[in-house]
Design a binder for this molecule. Structure first.
Ligand SMILES: C[S@@+](CC[C@H](N)C(=O)[O-])C[C@H]1O[C@@H](n2cnc3c(N)ncnc32)[C@H](O)[C@@H]1O
Length: 276
């Protein structure tokens, strides 16, 4: 699927044509975004339902299993939505607000650090998770290199990313309306192309892909708080508050049909050969 509708959630859009420049300090924007609304990604995705009535985190994590004493290291864990699914889970994030939300939910252990410099021993994980994060971290190849360092040969990396398809016609129309209200052609932030490059990036980091598929999840739009949440969950650096208000007003008029979110899951295995 192509077109303006896909580009709003097309954090992975193949063409790069932002209607305004990227913010110069993406890190500061990201810190403020997650400081203001910790846990918002889990709030959005955790209520979204996809194939087999499963939410996106389980859709991904049911494909991987912790092995032996190996940790499950969740890079850029946010509020830690996968914590309850593994007994040897460790979450890492740079946002103290996100980590605070995880801690308040009883999730841990937690590490405040960058996913590009993980203070854990090489080979200490049997599973590494990178959920809804590779498109926003400052250096995706460096994060994948850390994942490769943490995993022994045969270890699994599980990645969740926004995608452009599948969506239905009503989803596409609604994303088009949101884009128009926001005055955007695409969402302007770094690494929107990471999904397109993911197979190459994984190969370069020493991984072989074993699963790669996409699905549509429906986010329930019962009332105004849901449509507001949908807009608030978007990274919109440089977009004026009045535009965001217009987008919320537009979304509030859509009725109750669940909003489609297209997501991609990729599982990759750490190669025996560590040469890259
Ligand atoms: C969209 S949220 C996803 C959170 C969680 N993985 C989820 O799926 O709900 C992106 C997360 O990446 C974190 N993040 C961004 N850059 C990071 C980095 N270099 N190291 C660690 N965390 C980072 C943010 O603080 C935020 O919690």
């Amino acid at each position: 699927m192509t077109g303006t509708a896909s580009r709003l959630i097309g954090l992975t859009s193949h063409d790069f044509c932002p209607s305004r420049p990227l913010v110069t300090d993406w890190g500061a924007y990201l810190a403020e975004f997650h400081g203001d609304r910790p846990g918002i990604t889990e709030t959005l995705l955790g209520r979204s339902v996809g194939p087999g009535d499963v939410e996106p985190y389980h859709w991904l994590t049911r494909l991987v299993e912790a092995v032996g004493e190996g940790l499950v290291v969740d890079l850029a864990c946010g509020s830690g939505p996968a914590a309850d699914q593994f007994s040897r889970w460790v979450g890492l994030d740079i946002s103290s607000a996100e980590l605070g939300t995880a801690r308040a939910a009883g999730r841990g252990p937690l590490i405040a650090a960058s996913a590009t410099a993980v203070p854990l021993a090489a080979g200490s994980a049997s599973v590494v998770l990178a959920m809804m994060s590779l498109m926003v971290v400052d250096d995706p190849p460096a994060v994948l290199a850390e994942a490769a360092r943490l995993l022994p040969p045969g270890g699994r990396l599980a990645v969740l990313l926004p995608a452009q398809w599948p969506l239905n016609a009503w989803d596409i129309a609604r994303y088009g309306l949101l884009l128009a209200a926001l005055g955007q052609r695409v969402t302007p932030f770094p690494h929107r192309d990471v999904s397109m490059r993911l197979t190459d990036l994984l190969d370069h980091a020493g991984f072989d892909v074993t699963t790669d598929d996409q699905a549509r999840f429906g986010f329930p739009m019962a009332d105004r708080s849901d449509s507001d949440l949908l807009v608030d969950a978007l990274y919109l650096p440089g977009v004026a508050d009045r535009r965001i208000g217009w987008a919320k007003a537009v979304a509030a008029r859509w009725g109750h049909a669940p909003m489609g979110l297209a997501l991609r899951r990729v599982v990759a295995v750490r190669r025996l050969d560590t040469d890259q």
